[in-house]
Structures are given as C-alpha cells and as structure tokens.
Design a binder for this molecule. Sequence first.
Ligand code: MGD
Ligand code: MGD
Ligand code: SF4
Ligand code: MO
Length: 723
Amino acid sequence: MTKSMSRRDFLKLGGMAATMLTVGSFIPPQVAKAARGAGLIDPNGDGYIPTMCEMCVWRCGVLAKVKDGKVVKLEGNPEHPNSNGKLCARGQSGLMNTYDPDRVLTPLIRVGKRGEGKFRQASWEEALDLVASNMQKIKEQYGPEAMLFSSTHNISQPVFENLLYGFGSPNYGTQRSLCFNAMIVANLMTYGLEEPARDYSKIKYLILTGRNLTEAISTSETSALMDIIAGGAKVISIDPRFTKTASKSAEWLPIKPGTDSAFHLAMINVIITENLYNKTFVDSYTSGFDQLAASVTSNTPAWAEKITGIPAESITRIAHEFAAAGSNALAHNGWRTSNFLNSFQTQRAITILNALVGNWGTSLHPAGGEGAGGLGSLLQPAYPRISAPRLDGVPWKYPFVPLKLGIFQEMRDGALQGDPYPAKGWLISRQNPVLDLPDRAKTLELFGKLDFIATIDIIMNDTSWFSDVVLPEASYLERYDPLNPVGDRVFLRQPVIEPQGDAKSALWIFKELGTRLGLADFFQYKDEKDYINQQLKPLGVTVDDIAMRGYAEFPASEKKSEFTWNTPSGKIEIFSTTLEKGGFAALPEWQEPPEPKPDEFFLISGKVALHTQFGTQNNKLLHKYEDTPRIWMHPDAAASRGIKDWDLVEVTSPVGKINVPVWVNASIRPDCVYMTPGYGHLSKGLRTGYGVGASDSVLHVTYTDPVSGSQALTQTYVTVKKV
Ligand SMILES: Nc1nc2c(c(=O)[nH]1)N[C@H]1C(S)=C(S)[C@@H](COP(=O)(O)OP(=O)(O)OC[C@H]3O[C@@H](n4cnc5c(=O)[nH]c(N)nc54)[C@H](O)[C@@H]3O)O[C@H]1N2
Ligand SMILES: Nc1nc2c(c(=O)[nH]1)N[C@H]1C(S)=C(S)[C@@H](COP(=O)(O)OP(=O)(O)OC[C@H]3O[C@@H](n4cnc5c(=O)[nH]c(N)nc54)[C@H](O)[C@@H]3O)O[C@H]1N2
Ligand code: SF4
Ligand SMILES: [Mo]
C-alpha cells in the first residue's frame, strides 16, 4: 500500500472486510495494515471507526481515531453526505463532549433543596425505581396528562415517544416551536410538504432571509454555499446584523427587524406588475395567482422602503435579478424562523416567491428519489387513547399547528397556569428548557410547582441542576442509537469506546424505565444491537456487517418524475383555502409588529460557529477559543447613552434584567442589540461554563404566533443603561 491511500479507499477496504469487525474490539489485520500504510492508523493497530457526530442536530459522518481505548481525534467521514469529509469546529471538539471532567457518570438523586445542587450517587436500580414510582404516583393521583415530557430532535427520540404516548400523556415539548414552526407550517399550507430539498449546484441567485449559514452551521449546506459563491452565484443576506454570512455575500441588507414580509411582498409586487414571473409554471401548478396579483398592488418598493429601511431601487433591482435567474433563483426559507408574530407571513411570501420563478425541478426541489424508506420497524402495541386536551392548546386553541410540532412555550405556560389543568411532573431528555424557553423566570416558577423532575443528559445542565433525579446517558462516542437514514443510505452510530462510569445508552434507559412503568411491550428489543438488527432486517444485513463501513445502502428506489403537492387542490396554494376557513389571512399580508419605544432596542438572538445552543459552553476545547460574550451595540447608540466598549450595562425587558459587558461595533443596526444565546448558566455543575456571560432567555417575552405556534424571539424590546 502506498502513502497516498485515501480515507475513501480505506473505507472501501473496510467495507469489504466488514464482517470481520466486532465493534469495540480490533480492526482486521489486513485493513489495519493498509490503513497504517496510509497514515490513518498508528503502529499498534488502533484505528478509525466510523460513527456519527451529535454535537448538533445535523449528524455529520465521523471517523473516530482510537488509540489505547481512547478517542484521540475526530475527522469528517468522506462517505457521509452531511459532512463530505469535513467537520465543523464543534464536531472536532466532540472529544471534550466525552471527556468533559464534569460529565455525570452515575445516576444522581437530589438530597438538598431543589436548585441547591446537592446530589448523591445512586445505582441504576434505585434511580430508575424512583423515577418510575414517582411517575406512577402522579398518573394514579392526577392522570397521565399531569406528567410533562420533553426532548429535542435526536435519533432515539421515537423511542422516547413510546414512553410518553405509552404512558398516556399528550403533553410533549420539543424545540420545534422555538425553532422552525413558522417555516414548516407555511410550507405545509402552500406546498403540502414540510421542507423542500435544495440543490445548491443549480443556484445562481440566493436570497438568505435571516439564515446565517456560515455561523449557524450544517457542514454540507455551509460548504455548498461556499462552493456556489466561489462559482459566481450572487448571494443577498438580509439580516439586521453584519453576520459572517453577510460578509461573504454580494450584498448585505440590514433590514429593520420584523419587516421581512414587507420586503418580500414588494419583490412579489415587482415580479407580478412587470410580468417577470414564470407564467407556464404558475398556470400549470399554482392556484390563487389572480387574487395575489390583486392583493399586492399597494405593496410597492416605495411602500416597503418606508417600512424596511431598504431603498426602493435596491428592492426593484433585486426583484429583477431574482426573476432573471428564474428557476436558478432561490429565496431561502431560513431555519430558525421564530422571530416575530408575523414571521409566518414572511415564510408564506418566500414560498410564493419560489413558486413565481418556478424553481421546482431545479434549485428548490430537485426531482427524484423517494428518499429513504424500507427499514424494519419494531413490534409494539397501539398507544392507549388519550382523552385529556393538550396543555399547549393544540389543536383546540391552535388548529393549524401540527400535533407533531406542538407549542413548547404554551405547554409550559398552560402547566404553570393550570389551564386547563396543572402539571405535576416532568421528564426531560436531551434538552435544556431552563435556557431554551423564553422568560426563564416562568420556567423556574413551574419547576417550583412540580412534585417531580427527572432529566436524562450527559452533563449537569441547568435543567438537571433543578432535577430530583439525573440519569446519565453514554456520550455519542460511547453508544449505539437507532439508525439514521440519509438519502439512499442508512448510517450507524456505534460506540468507538466503552462507556465511562455507569453511563448507559438512551435505548437502554428508555427500555428499563418503560419496563418499570408496565410498558415493556413498547420496547421489544433485547439490547441496542438487537434494536438496530430489527431495523436492518429488510436490508439483509446486521450491525456487525455494516460496522466497518458505518452504513448500509437501500435498494435503488424508483425516481419520481412528476411533483405532487399534498394540498387540498393538489397545487401550490398561493391562496390558501385552509387558512381562509380558519379565519386567517389566505394570502401573505403585511402585519405590522409593535414599534419599540424611542429608548428601546430590538433584542436579537443568533448562533455562533463555536457553540451549539446551550449545551457546549462547558466544552474546554471550545471555551479556549470563544470570545468573552458581550452584547453588541452600534457606536451611535452607544455614544448617545454615554456607553463605551467593555462597559458593563444593565439590560431590561418587560420580564427580566441582566448585566453584561458591551461590544461597541458597527456590525449591527443602531436600533438593535444582539446577544449570543447559551451563556448565563445557573448550574454550578458546569465548572467551565458557569459564571460566563448572561442569558438572553431571562429577557425574552413569551409571544406565540396564533397560526404556526412559533415563539417570536426578536419581538422582545429592551432598554440598556450603563451600570
Ligand atoms: N454553530 C451552530 N450552528 C447551528 C446551531 C448552533 O447552535 N450552533 N444550531 C442549529 C439549529 S437548531 C438551528 S435552528 C439553525 C439556525 O440557523 P439560523 O436560523 O440561520 O441561525 P440563527 O443564528 O438562529 O438566526 C439567524 C439570523 O437571524 C437574524 N435575525 C433575527 N431577527 C431577524 C429579523 O427580524 N429579520 C431578519 N432578516 N433576520 C433576523 C439574526 O441576526 C441571526 O443572524 O442553526 C443550526 N446550526
Ligand atoms: N434565547 C434563545 N433561545 C432559543 C434559541 C436561540 O437562538 N436563542 N434557539 C432555539 C432553537 S433554534 C432551538 S433548536 C432550541 C434548542 O434548545 P435545546 O434543545 O434545549 O438546546 P441544546 O443546548 O442543544 O440542549 C441539548 C441538551 O442536550 C444535552 N446533550 C448533549 N449531548 C447529549 C447526549 O448525547 N445525550 C443526552 N441525553 N443529552 C445530551 C446537552 O448537555 C444539553 O443540555 O433552543 C431555542 N431557544
Ligand atoms: S455541523 Fe458540526 S456539530 Fe453539527 S453534526 Fe456536523 S460536525 Fe457535528
Ligand atoms: Mo433550532
């Protein structure tokens, strides 16, 4: 073998030798020899094992280099389409997710007052019995609905859902309403599907509305953006901040927050009045164009300039350029679209702009495969019938919010107000509601009212800190999870080292807890490998067969040639009869958000490249490179208040107050301030992250969009004064 052997060649060889590997043991000698020749393996035979990243929800493919039973380096797996051989900084820091000195490695039971942080170690038997008996007690006394369950997107989530629906509670909080409800509901209403796929290679003109792809990273999509920029595509960034994405774009439009829909309505106005739309596509595949044309006549660029602060000429020119790029133009829907109560209107306008240029079949939605399918499902009984209404008001108060999405912040508020009934317990897995929900004081108040709280996490996050029992999950490098289908492959997360301490996989924890709750039939697998083998059955392979490559392939699927839109009319519904029936605007319209008072700022939240949400601030590798978290303020706004760089300021919203130092810089509009989420931890169990920065969740007011259930995160206005 030569030195030039690539990881790809290595993996091919691995695939051939797949049956010989038993996970967690050794790499077959001939593979080891080849890999050693390629510099991919050290002389004593330890090597790379394929698995998947879990430092964020994107789940890139990872090759974990293991030496003497320790993970020493993580690399991107070239065979995985989400990473294409690359990992972002968070992915590379994943070692510290496993080797964090603050990992919780045994079950813990609270001994002090709630929130005091005093726990004792316990056996799994004792901890699981305690969780199950408390849950049963709540069920018997108050009904299963008095138990809240919550979790954020992860691969074992469907198994967690068996716990709650088997138990009989309708109250399930996920991150979705804090994240993408506005976008998903708009797509469902317009196209009848959740999120169209995108083919970046076809994009020549891209409008990013509050989508900060170079800092809010998904490795493959971020790389694709860089590729199209290098290839000459024109990118327009609409963001009140000069983000890193804006710096890579051809143009930055520092829009006034909450006015994006006015910008997009004006784009629609120009494209329709100047006849620049794709008439064939619109006639064949959409309904309601004429009503739209009539409704946007007053939404001129001059009208939008007054609202958005973006010059009318720019809007007109961008509309011309966008329409000229035709089916190679994309108005990106964004991801975290929970900004304002009117964000749903922005999303509707964006979906319609894409329809007007007819980019289906090219940049927006490549024609083709049915996607993954064909995995085996495990036997389980039907869920018990749930008669209690949901605390989040879906669907009885919020008829258009899909049950699956729910409204996390409303569940919290319903439980707190006892409307329509109070909650008594909360089981939380892989989530940090103390920081992810708006108005932290309310979340803590609810904790104070609950009889029982249990958390499943890998570290003592802020929510664990207030829990009665903490159950330690094995880290993503130490465990199996259910399979993850991506395109025509299905990927395996497998342990590359033994779990440390007493940590256990979610699959193990959920089964053990379920069994104690009398729900064993919902967990019909012997162990983690058996779960995955049942999934793999239709593919005729086993975990051991695919361990070396880290994935299996689905048989080739039929390619689709025609699009189908799952709407009542079977077309793209520019005019939504469903929304009309519900008493909501059937066409996208301008809904003016409240204006901040003269001394108030819009409070903006947004991701940074080095951290994931609220869970990585304790990671020593990332901490080493992070900036001191400060609130951004424009030099003019600072000068008029006598505030200088690094001054400590008091930030006040209608629901909270924090102190934080200032970064005076011109990368933000004068009427906005910006904070990075994820700081201001309450848990002293995070010895690296505790005491760093302040939390914007203290300040956020709870505002729920009546159509999509989305929390309006930027609709909190604050005052800032020097301390
Ligand atoms: N590094 C990193 N990457 C991540 C994550 C992470 O935590 N860290 N999280 C992942 C997840 S769960 C998500 S949802 C995505 C989020 O991906 P994005 O939605 O792209 O990211 P955010 O930073 O939440 O918000 C994007 C931008 O919206 C801007 N903004 C706020 N209000 C308005 C407004 O009214 N109008 C406009 N036009 N812009 C506005 C903010 O300034 C911010 O720059 O990122 C994913 N990737
Ligand atoms: N202020 C503000 N609020 C926001 C946002 C914002 O930008 N600003 N963004 C919103 C968005 S887009 C989202 S998606 C949500 C995200 O909200 P959350 O889902 O609550 O965010 P994370 O910090 O990712 O929480 C994940 C938790 O999982 C734990 N964890 C990590 N790995 C594992 C593991 O392997 N097993 C287990 N059991 N636990 C693990 C981490 O320690 C962390 O405590 O927040 C929303 N809220
Ligand atoms: S985008 Fe980064 S953190 Fe997220 S899965 Fe990929 S490498 Fe991991
Ligand atoms: Mo998100």
